[in-house]
Design a protein around this ligand. Structure first.
Ligand code: PMP
Length: 406
């Protein structure tokens, strides 16, 4: 393993704290990640010294804040290798980014009888906005199914992509099963049929290199808080041509060039989609989070997390009665499992008392639960600051749960 994890952990003060009876073991990184001290410090510094609203002032503080906000846009552009900084739209997170596209793309491109394709492994936030769009426009939602390994049935794709299909909304990585979808192949197939593709990168961008030009996706969305940045800030990447053709999502200040009661002229990208006061200090925090991750190196992160996830799976498999959900060939560091005859909530509560934070329940992916015929799972989601010692504690915890409820 090629990371100096002890040194990295020094950057995350929260990980040092004791809970009930010992040090926190934080294995809920798919829900939200912890923040390095550099991110916490920069947010403090900007509130302490430079707070002023962006884009609207000529004074020193406003200029300084505007520059930092726009610099963050450039950092993100470079991080995901977008062609232009104005293809990066700041939102409040993945959910808002998807809703923005579902509304604005929907207004421009979707009419009665059209089809939107999603997959059975999507998070609710990549299902419901499309259902709402379909309801509004009398369009139809179609689904690519999964198999028992938690992989997509890609054999169905050619039949599901019809001349009526306008958009495919697909997750990069399943937040429940850990499956990494073969995006390049899927996007190429969709494009061959003239279908646009939105990628939900909420669980992708923090674990592997994303190159939106190479992927050729039309939209890529993610949340700041899942990539070691603050809450309330997120990203919508969209191809310039599409973003230009789409109408604004929200009206208000900053998204206009001029307003009269007769007619409003909308602003150019990216501000056309950033009505109102945005989370500008959040954007600066995200900038620093991305710099932090880039300094470690996303390929180093990917390699380390893969080894740690594989260690976790091997150790869990040794425990009789533990069933893992999601055994895709290409898998991220998310491991969902159940312990025979134990409700996931009960398991989670026992683990909590052992200072281990895992998530339990449906993980906002009810269709996956229905597919496997379960009410929920225990989910351990790993980050580069987790250690094998922490996994050993998880394994000890699972054994204790088994003993208590077995
Ligand atoms: N998609 C996926 C795959 C997710 O894991 C999540 C968060 N659990 C979301 C979308 C929603 O992200 P947010 O709540 O930050 O908008």
């Amino acid at each position: 393993m090629n990371l100096d994890v002890d040194k990295i952990r020094e950057d995350f003060p929260i990980l040092k704290q004791n809970l009930y009876s010992g040090q926190l073991v934080y294995l809920d990184n798919a829900a939200t990640t912890q923040k390095p001290i550099s991110v916490i410090n920069i947010i403090n510094e900007y509130y302490l010294k430079y707070n002023a609203n962006i884009h609207r002032g000529v004074h020193y503080l406003s200029e300084k804040m505007t520059q930092a906000y726009e610099a963050s846009r450039k950092t993100i552009k470079n991080f995901i290798n977008a062609e232009h900084a104005h293809e990066i739209i700041f939102t409040s997170g993945t959910t808002e980014s998807i809703n923005l596209v579902a509304f604005s793309f929907g207004e421009q491109y979707i009419k009665e009888g059209d089809e939107i394709l999603v997959t059975q492994m999507e998070h609710h936030s990549n299902i419901v906005p499309w259902q709402m769009l379909c309801e509004r426009k009398k369009a139809k939602l179609k689904v690519i199914n999964i198999n028992t390994f938690g992989e997509l049935f890609l054999g169905e794709l050619d039949n599901l992509l019809t001349e009526k299909t306008k958009l495919l909304a697909i997750t990069h990585v399943s937040n429940t099963l850990g499956t990494i979808n073969p995006l390049k192949e899927i996007i190429a197939k969709a494009h061959k049929k003239g279908v646009y593709v939105l990628v939900d990168g909420a669980q992708g961008v923090q674990h592997q290199q994303v190159d939106v030009v190479d992927l050729d996706c039309d939209f890529y969305v993610f949340s700041g808080h899942k990539i070691y940045g603050p809450t309330g800030i997120g990203v919508l990447y969209g191809k310039e041509k599409l973003l230009n053709e789409m109408p604004p999502y929200k009206g208000g200040g900053d998204m206009i060039k001029s307003v009269t009661f007769e007619k409003t002229i909308y602003n150019d990208l990216p501000l056309k989609f950033e009505a109102g006061t945005s989370n500008f200090i959040g954007a600066i925090g995200l900038d620093h989070a991305i710099r932090y991750v880039s300094n470690i190196g996303i390929s180093n992160i990917a390699e380390y997390e893969k080894e740690l996830a594989s260690y976790t799976s091997i150790e869990l498999a040794k425990i009789e009665g533990v069933k893992v959900f999601g055994n895709a060939m290409n898998k991220s560091s998310i491991i969902s499992f159940n312990i025979q005859d134990v409700h996931s909530f009960d398991a989670g509560m026992v683990l909590d008392k052992m200072n281990i934070a895992v998530r339990t329940g449906t993980h906002c992916t009810q269709p996956i639960m229905d597919f496997f015929g379960i009410s929920g799972t225990v989910r351990a989601s790993l980050a580069f600051y987790n250690t094998t010692q922490e996994i050993d504690k998880l394994i000890e915890g699972v054994q204790k749960v088994k003993k208590l409820f077995g």
